[in-house]
Design a binder for this molecule. Structure first.
Ligand code: PGA
Length: 272
């Protein structure tokens, strides 16, 4: 463990089909990139071609809100490609300047929404907000990609409790039968944006995947909760992607920086 950085479409539109759990989920989190719609289209078309070549993956591109509608029009019916948002309002409609609701996202063809990313948490999003967002997303049939992860690690393992608490707060009052609309993304903050393949090893990823699956089982007191997809994010690059999804047993990856580099992202999809 490196601790040197402290710290479809019917997109798989709304209903993740049953087989989805077998396919690896490759999420592109573009963050506030690229700078224009022209560049966004170019990047999306490159990713679309890579996604179509791989039958064992579902690639979900999460661009800034303003690009969603246009990109959604660049493909038809797909079981391997979809669009998601990077956030969703905790409100459903009304006077909430700057917000975008789950219903609005669904109306332009988004099937997924990233919720509770460390970068939105850092801007003041609370566990309660995240829980409301998860409920709104699920209510509209979106799949909520719930991000959890510690800022730094301690020898006493307190970070495990933090991850457990984040999961239990995000899923408060979410029925077990709705977990097929939930993906947990483990994203240790110290690993995000480092663009270094060795930032985390597959053994460590594996331990966290098991820990999160066990947390879900305990939370619901039901083995079936362990079928929830659990993915890893934080400096996923072509060189570590296969190990993270292989030995690490992650059900997929959430990719930031490398999702803006079509060649690298194609390799990550291939690795799955
Ligand atoms: P990264 O970002 O792949 O650039 O580390 C991941 C994320 O923040 O979702």
């Amino acid at each position: 463990m490196k601790k040197d950085t402290p710290s479809d479409a019917e997109t798989p539109k709304t209903k993740p089909h049953k087989k989805a759990s077998k396919k690896k989920l490759i999420i592109a989190n573009w963050k506030m990139n690229p700078t224009s719609i022209a560049e966004a289209k170019k990047l999306f078309l490159a990713i679309r071609d890579s996604a179509r070549k791989s039958k064992n993956t579902i690639t979900i591109v999460c661009p800034p809100f303003v690009f969603i509608d246009a990109l959604r029009k660049l493909y038809t019916k797909s079981t391997v490609l979809g669009i998601g948002a990077q956030n969703v309002s905790l409100e459903s409609t009304g006077a909430f300047t700057g917000d975008v609701s789950a219903m609005q996202l669904k109306s332009v063809g988004a099937g997924y929404a990233i919720i509770g990313h460390s970068e939105t948490r850092a801007r003041g999003e609370s566990d309660h907000d995240i829980n409301l967002k998860v409920h709104n997303a699920i209510l509209e049939g979106l799949t909520a990609i719930v991000c959890v992860g510690e800022g730094s690690r301690d020898d006493d393992g307190e970070y495990l409790q933090l991850v457990r608490d984040q999961i239990s707060a995000a899923l408060l009052d979410v029925d077990r039968t709705k977990l097929n609309h939930v993906v947990i993304a483990y994203e240790p903050i110290w690993a995000i944006g480092q663009n270094r393949a060795d930032i985390i090893d597959s053994h460590e990823v594996h331990k966290m995947m098991l820990f999160i699956r066990k947390t879900l089982k305990d939370l619901y007191n039901d083995d079936r909760a362990m079928e929830t997809q659990v993915i890893y994010g934080g400096s996923v690059v072509p060189r570590n992607a296969a190990d993270i999804m292989g030995e690490g047993e992650a059900d997929g990856v959430l990719v930031g920086g490398a999702s803006l580099r079509p060649h690298d992202f194609a390799h990550i999809i291939e690795a799955a």
